[in-house]
Design a protein. Sequence first.
Length: 225
Amino acid sequence: MPPRTDNVSRYLRQTKELFGDELYLTIQPQSSSPSLDVDFNSNLSAFEQEICTCQKCPLGQSRNKFVFGVGDPKASLLLVGEAPGATEDEIGEPFVGRAGKLLDKILAAIDRNRQKDVFICNVMKCRPPNNRDPLRTEVDECEPYLLHQIHLIKPKLIVALGRVAGQTLLNVDKSLKSLRNTFHDYHGTPLMVTYHPAALLRNQDLKRPTWEDFKTIKDFLEQNK
Ligand code: URA
């Protein structure tokens, strides 16, 4: 994967474009993590309105609908997929196709749903044509939006769904197998990687390890209320 450009400065540039010069920094002296904690006078739906007409990359031209994300604005669990597919692009909501239905069942098994203590979104807010992997240049434009969503939601745990989401967020070229079973750090928030629900539709054998991951997710959230 080509080297990542400076996401923090890109984030600051984009937020300056969106919100102007006023920037509130919350200093957290006890935190040793390099988390970006920038406090804007905004909320999640206002943020969606700010960015939903984005034309920062060519996907702005080819998309049908901008897919911001859905769920509880104060969720402790943030699920992040790769990018909207065809159905999501049509409807404007993430994970609404077959894989999404399976994701809903997985969430029900840990006593949550897309309105209850969960927020679901993607790294990319617009669909790449023919479901190709997003380009690094596209990710570099879009990832600051995810960072700001995280800043507003303040989830206790982020779960990357699938290899591409995991590799993209962690900026590594490792296999999904090697990214699983570890709590990574994403700008100060713990991040786990598990299988994409679409992979479970193709391979039933992945259901068991995915269920193990979601049990770990449930335990983590119970211990970190
Ligand atoms: N796959 C994803 O990664 N995201 C969606 O929203 C739908 C399918």
